[in-house]
Design a protein around this ligand. Structure first.
Ligand code: FAD
Ligand code: FES
Length: 326
């Protein structure tokens, strides 16, 4: 904190930037890559100003104007966890759920050590955070009807997008699902901006019994753009439904991240470029938002034969995801 109580932030290098598409490269109707963020990330101490239980999760609100004022829907932050003497070396990436008045909010699912520590933060605590990180959801052309699909706490990452789309005059439909009622998230926030709005639970304890894919299959044909955040199998299913009907989709993936800033290659997943070639893309800097029809979901976590070797890495070929032939 500075003497006047403001959070001190330190500018970080902006990291890799995707170059413009190569002239003459094939463009495609579905799945343009997510655009680079408009602002580089910063690192500093954020002050916790609110903590409240939200279903099975904890919503934290943090004072960090330098992050809150520039964050775009789809981006995330990375928290240092465990305090100054922590042995937990890796930051924990958490999607930004909302911004306003110099504050941003996140929804934390307490699972193992790091997320449990985060969920235990109380108003007045300070936490070291880097953000906003990653690429935001691309916005659709004016007048495009949209469909948002959230699974579990992933729904929180769609709240800011839903509000932005509505403020720009888009029709917004939404489907929010979870395993059971306790793991539903952001229902009221998304219901406030979306119509139709459908809730599903796998066990039928709230809303329509079953998975989100049922209502998504009904609604996707009326959409011109689909946005999804949630577990990887859900993202794969939603992207397939959209692609099969010729509707572009964007998915915010949650791959394990170590550095969060594009250095370690922990978070890579196979993505098809506009040139038809697949390469490993880093979900922390080339994602976490990817075009749904570009992600090779079936191969995530594997090393497919066509992706063996250094030229399958996008580290020095970031434009490759957009179609450059190295
Ligand atoms: C973009 C993004 C958004 C996310 N948004 C949310 C959110 O909104 N809410 C939420 O609760 N969680 C979110 N997560 C998950 C979150 O980052 C943590 O992974 C999760 O909370 C578990 O953390 P933990 O400390 O409890 O688990 P632990 O098991 O103690 O630690 C998990 C840590 O280890 C890392 N890790 C795991 N496997 C590997 C591996 N093979 N190689 C390198 N590192 C590895 C993880 O990246 C993470 O940093 C998000 C993750 C990403 C990538
Ligand atoms: S987490 Fe290190 S490159 Fe993405």
């Amino acid at each position: 904190m500075t003497e006047d109580g403001a959070t001190r932030m330190v500018q970080l290098p902006s990291g890799d930037r995707v170059l413009p598409p190569v002239p003459g490269s094939r463009t495609e109707p579905l799945g343009q890559p997510a655009p680079p963020a408009e602002h580089p990330p910063v690192q500093g101490l954020a002050v916790v100003v609110g903590s409240r239980p939200v279903s099975a999760y904890t919503e934290l609100t943090l004072e960090a104007p330098d992050i809150a004022q520039v964050a775009q829907p789809g981006q995330f932050v990375a928290f240092a966890v465990g305090g100054p003497t922590s042995a937990m070396l890796l930051r924990r990436s958490i999607a930004i759920a909302g911004v306003g008045d110099g504050r941003f909010s996140v929804v934390v699912s307490a699972r193992a050590a790091g997320s449990t520590w985060l969920a235990g933060l109380r108003p007045g605590d300070e936490v070291d955070v880097v953000g906003p990180l990653g690429r935001p959801f691309p916005l659709p052309p004016e007048g495009t009807p949209t469909l948002l699909v959230g699974g579990g706490y992933g729904a929180a990452a769609l709240v800011g997008l839903g509000g932005l789309l509505r403020s720009r005059g888009h029709e917004v439909a939404a489907v929010v699902g979870a395993g059971d009622a306790a793991r539903l998230c952001s229902v009221d926030d998304l219901a406030a901006v979306a119509a139709p709005f459908v809730v599903t639970t796998d066990d039928g304890s709230a809303g329509r019994p079953g998975r989100v894919t049922g209502p998504v299959a009904d609604l996707v044909s009326g959409a011109g753009a689909v946005y999804a955040c949630g577990p990887m199998p859900m993202l794969a299913a939603v992207a397939k439904l959209a692609t099969d009907r010729g509707v572009p989709s964007w998915v915010a993936v949650e791959e394990s991240m170590a550095c969060g800033v594009g250095v370690c290659m922990t978070c890579v997943l196979p993505v098809v470029g506009a040139d038809g070639r697949s390469r490993f893309a880093r979900s922390c800097v080339e994602g976490p938002v990817f075009a749904g029809d570009r992600v090779r979901f079936a191969d995530v976590g594997t090393l497919p034969p066509d992706l063996v070797g250094a030229d399958a890495m996008t580290l020095s070929h970031t434009p490759a995801v957009e179609g450059e032939t190295p």
